[in-house]
Ligand binder design. Sequence first.
Ligand code: C5P
Length: 252
Amino acid sequence: MTASSPRTSNARSSAPGERAFVVMVVAAGSGERLGHGMPKARVDLGGRTILERALESVEAWGRAARVVVTLPAGDAELAEVCRRHGAEAVEGGGTRAASVAAGLERIAGLPERSGLRGILVHDAARCLAPPAVFDAVAAALEAGERAVIPVLPVTDTVKAVDAEGYVASTPQRAGLRIVQTPQGFDLATLEAAHREAALLPAEVALGITDDAMLAETLGIPVATVPGSEESLKITVPLDLLLARTLLEGRSG
Ligand code: C5P
């Protein structure tokens, strides 16, 4: 799978390896489905918190000029993790979209904005995302895309069901993709998308599960690049087991 061809011509390449991106790590979720009785970002994964693992992935990529992290309100432990990694902590909101909006407010006043090639929004829950995925998203932005998402093919058959639980339709699997993070955007595009989102009724806003959905509502083409099985999202206990096994494989 290769990146879609850029549909825009605002390509701005930076020097190889240049720190030309803002990365926003969203880590303000409650982690209820993981069942550890603490925010997911604080859960241990092989001796380090999930947030630390996520920040290490960003550092391993090495192209972030600045890292902003959304955190649960008043979480001193995670704020300390951010401080140690030179990342800025911002209090998140009640939904993922609200957390991203809070992070964008912090970025709005950055003096170095004009030199940036884009912003990558990344779920802390995908803390083992490899540098190659960050690279692919960044390269598509540098080639002129305004919105870029990493994807994987779907291996299961997927059904749409109605409110009574009956199958309504079966979309063709070949045209479906599983969507991951980091999702990349031209900064002004993401800001415009979130301004629009702020006008949506609450019940619609609750159904916005990623940033690309907002770009789609604005009619902005969203390009795809190859994701990675290693970017799995830690949501339920089985995911944590898989992530631990993956880490052992990396260090062994
Ligand atoms: O809830 P979900 O698993 O989709 O969350 C994806 C990511 O968004 C997680 O890393 C989580 O910490 C973050 N999030 C957030 N603020 C919220 C809800 C989720 O930063 N209110």
